[in-house]
Write a protein that binds this ligand. Structure first.
Ligand SMILES: Cc1ncc(C[n+]2csc(CCOP(=O)(O)OP(=O)(O)O)c2C)c(N)n1
Ligand SMILES: [Mg+2]
Length: 328
């Protein structure tokens, strides 16, 4: 277990604020898709809110994250503005990528949100590149590669851990182990009992943590960030969690263990932290309700802003697609 101190009340409250935002955004996304006002491939992260919330409070805007299609929680926690996010997922000009990236290719470099990728495993070599750049520049930035449990079976995972260890790159490999890769259960496709154990082969710390426990997740993430910043190299974190919905919106999730899913939903980490904050006197019920109402109002505004924003003009088709001066 980590030697880092527990988060103080203010930090815990900020972790909760981020978790409440992520939960509300997921619920709103599914609601808006159901109305037919927005059509997009949507990979719910509901149930995985603790991981990016407890991580991102220890990162700066300059630190990098790379994430995957199931990564809107990572990006919102890192500071992507709601309006820009919603305009992008709706494919509109006010989006983070002027409407040309969509939900599968969100970026927001001013907050260090460098890539969203649908190519399983590819967040890791990209994070290595960013970390290598930071190491060469000596600017103290760290890079976090988010990926799923199934991605740890891809060659790029092993190649990235090897190189990051050899070069002592300031990178954190953050595996969000939600026990499923698409429709396949973890143990059916993954040889290691614990993904964290794979770190041994690459001479770096490998830590398995309860990714639904905000205190433990905060401590483990902070230790890895401090280690990377101090030039001591990478860490592999396996954050145990569970996704409450199927792989993609519309997936009937019949392959999921019903009892396990019901137990995970009953132990929902968002209301659990909320109750703890009230019980410990960190916040009142009224204050948290006001915070949540503010989030809902921000979401109302973001959705309407996005849907009122125009689609990109056809003349924009090749802008930002090819490097300036590239042969036509
Ligand atoms: C290189 C590659 N192989 C296969 C796929 C198809 N695919 C999409 S999502 C997915 C499962 C990934 O599961 P995991 O890494 O556990 O992440 P999760 O979706 O659970 O967050 C697969 C196999 C892909 N997108 N890219
Ligand atoms: Mg998974």
């Amino acid at each position: 277990m980590s030697s880092n101190p527990e988060p103080g009340p203010d930090v815990l409250l900020e972790i909760y604020r981020r978790m409440a935002l992520l939960k509300a955004n997921d619920e709103r996304s599914r609601k808006v898709i159901k109305t037919g006002r927005l059509v997009m491939p949507y990979y719910s992260y509901r149930g995985q809110e603790v991981i990016p919330s407890a991580l991102s409070v220890s990162l700066t805007d300059d630190d990098y994250i790379c994430t995957i299609y199931r990564g809107i929680h990572d990006m919102l926690a890192k500071g992507m503005p709601l309006k820009d996010l919603w305009a992008e997922i709706a494919g509109r000009v006010d989006g983070t990528c002027k409407g040309k990236g969509g939900p599968m290719h969100l970026t927001y470099p001013s907050k260090g949100i460098m890539v969203t990728t649908g190519v399983v495993g590819s967040s890791m070599p990209i994070a290595n590149g960013l970390a290598w750049g930071a190491q060469l520049a000596g600017d103290g930035r760290v890079a976090v590669a988010n990926f799923g449990d199934a991605a740890s079976n891809i060659g790029a995972f092993h190649e990235s851990l090897n190189l990051a260890s050899v070069w002592k790159l300031p990178v954190i490999f953050l595996c969000q182990n939600n026990l499923y890769g698409e429709h396949t259960r973890y143990e059916k496709a993954t040889s290691a009992k614990r993904i964290a154990d794979r770190a041994v082969g690459y001479d770096m710390p490998g830590v398995r943590v309860d990714g639904n426990d905000p205190v433990a997740m905060y401590q483990v993430a902070r230790e890895a960030i401090e280690r990377a910043r101090a030039g001591l190299g990478p860490t592999l974190i396996e954050a145990m969690t569970f996704r409450f919905h199927g792989h993609i919106f519309g997936d009937a999730d019949a392959y999921m263990d019903k009892a396990q899913k019901a137990a995970a939903i009953a132990a929902d980490p968002v209301p659990r932290l909320r109750a703890r904050l009230i019980a410990d006197g960190v916040a009142t019920e009224e204050a948290l309700a006001a915070m949540e109402a503010g989030i809902e109002a921000d979401l109302d505004e973001a959705v309407e802003f996005a849907l009122a924003s125009p689609h990109p003009d056809l003349s924009e088709l090749e802008t930002d697609v090819y490097a300036p001066g590239a042969p036509a």
